[in-house]
Design a protein around this ligand. Structure first.
Ligand code: UD1
Length: 467
């Protein structure tokens, strides 16, 4: 560990003066025909306006480019910590607040990061700190994902306990226990996770997760790439974003098999190298716009989106009366105006119905013919959108982790409050079909996960603006 740090410091001293941190950036930029066509200035900071005003009643028709997946991009950024060579990402959702927060954190650790439109490059060669402080971590739970890579590469890491969406207690015990099984010594002190590896670094082990966790699977997947020997992750999560992370790690030189199944095997290697990776499309963003068109009626072409990543939702959308099909790289969604049918959904780990589409589905069901039941099995307290939807006229009753949604004829515009990322977008969807004007306050959460939602929806006919 100390040898590595000393080498690091020596490299850092000469690095800024002589070598570009991203020798391949400009070449990558000019080699991509789509580069200039992507959404406008994706390097722009989110605006200071904190309300969205929607006037309901417009059909949605047109084309929406789907961004790279936030939940993959954040972990891929962490993976770049595993090497001292530059890693380049295409299709990066650079406009998102969460990407900015992760950039701030990694820059604090010493990384050099360049972002332009949908390209991102990270050089973690000059990392000089292994401490992720409270101020940078509190906004975003995913910061915990720097723990595994820092520990694996430097032998130590100190990470503040995370914040993030207010959807339940969301502990990190699975991450910590599994890292301990790789030999990490972990103390919790003053709100920080203080972790060290034993002499000789992390050791491969067989880890059986008692519960499926996306984040814990990813943290361990990354840590195990540099551990000595073989690690087996049993009862691992199978999300497409994990497969994307694993594929990038393989390009970086990691030895991984079983991605997308419940058993992932990792043969540790001494070091990883830089690579270029194109981030998979955001299935939750695509699912959100499918539901939007299902609610307003009309035809949307969602560019660069994959229906196979939404298979559990597809059957339910079809039962509800919404037509969705894949056409080359795009998803086409079509809906004649009219009421959708009530369906029941239950959230589950992938490939089940995603909890991240639950709030949007509820907004849609609030206008269904009949009723639908929604059961949330992943997060407690993920019904915070219910009172806000009810203020708009929805008829929803919550009992434990289930909600009965009785369809109403219409929703009415109201002033509502965004509480977490997916709850916020559910209110935007409700606003698109409500009578009159809906004002959504505190859109901070929305900007964490949806790139240019106002621009994308208004280009398809929605009457929506920031204020
Ligand atoms: C990720 C996604 C989030 C999605 C969720 C479930 C990112 C940035 N976020 O969150 O959008 O809603 O997967 O698909 O990718 N748990 C524990 N102990 C732990 C870790 C988790 O008890 O150490 C529990 C959680 O409280 C939750 C369940 O396990 O009840 C699943 O959480 P997990 O899959 O870890 O979600 P995240 O990775 O935080």
């Amino acid at each position: 560990m100390f040898v590595k740090q000393a080498t690091q410091t020596a490299r850092e001293n000469t690095w800024d003066k002589k070598v570009s941190p991203f020798p391949a950036f400009d070449q990558l930029k000019s080699s991509r025909s789509t580069y200039q066509q992507k959404s406008p200035d994706t390097n722009a900071q989110p605006s200071k306006l904190d309300k969205i005003i929607v006037r309901g009643g417009q059909e949605l028709n047109g084309v929406i480019p789907i961004s790279g997946a936030k939940n993959a991009a954040l972990k891929l950024m962490c993976a770049a910590l595993l090497t001292d060579e530059p890693v380049y990402f295409e299709n990066a959702p650079n406009m998102l607040r969460d990407i900015q927060s992760q950039t701030d954190l990694m820059t604090h650790l010493g990384c050099h990061i360049r972002r332009e439109r949908d390209l991102m490059a990270i050089n973690a060669g000059p990392v000089h700190s292994q401490t992720a402080p409270y101020d940078l971590v509190r906004k975003m739970r995913t910061s915990i994902l720097v723990l595994g890579p820092l520990l694996a590469r430097f032998g130590q890491a100190k990470v503040s306990l995370p914040g993030g969406c207010a959807i339940g207690t969301r502990p990190v015990d699975l991450h910590l226990k599994a890292l301990e099984e790789l030999g990490a010594q972990i103390k919790l002190e003053n709100g920080y996770i203080d972790a060290k590896t034993p002499q000789g670094g992390l050791q491969g082990a067989k880890i059986l997760f008692p519960k499926v966790s996306v984040g814990a699977t990813e943290n361990l997947l990354m840590a195990a790439t540099l551990a000595k020997g073989t690690t087996v992750l049993a009862n691992a999560a199978k999300e497409p974003e994990i497969v994307d992370l694993g594929e990038c790690l393989i390009k970086m030189g990691a030895k991984i098999t079983g991605l997308g199944t419940e058993t992932i095997t990792i043969e540790g290697v001494p070091e990883l190298k830089g690579t270029t990776h194109s981030i998979l499309p955001d299935r939750i963003e695509a699912g959100t716009y499918i539901i939007a068109a299902g609610m307003t009626g009309g035809t949307l072409k969602l560019q660069n989106a994959r229906i196979e990543h939404l298979s559990a939702a597809m059957g339910l959308l079809s039962q509800a009366g919404i037509e969705v099909e894949q056409s080359d790289q795009d998803i086409i969604v079509h809906r004649e105006i009219g009421r959708i049918l009530g369906v029941d959904i239950m959230t589950e780990p992938y490939p089940g119905f995603p909890t991240d589409l639950q709030a949007q589905f509820m907004a849609m069901l609030s206008l269904c013919q009949g009723a639908g039941m929604i059961t949330e099995t992943i997060f407690e307290n993920r019904f915070m959108h219910v009172p806000e939807l009810c203020r708009m006229g929805a008829d929803i009753t919550v009992q434990g982790n289930s909600a009965i949604v009785r369809g109403v004829e219409s929703l009415k515009g109201a002033e509502v409050m965004a509480t977490d990322l997916r709850a916020s977008v559910a209110l935007v969807l409700a606003g698109l079909v409500a009578e009159g004007e809906t004002t959504i306050n505190r859109i901070y959460h929305l900007e964490r996960g949806y790139e240019d939602i106002v621009g994308k929806l208004s280009a398809c006919g929605a009457d929506i603006r920031k204020a």
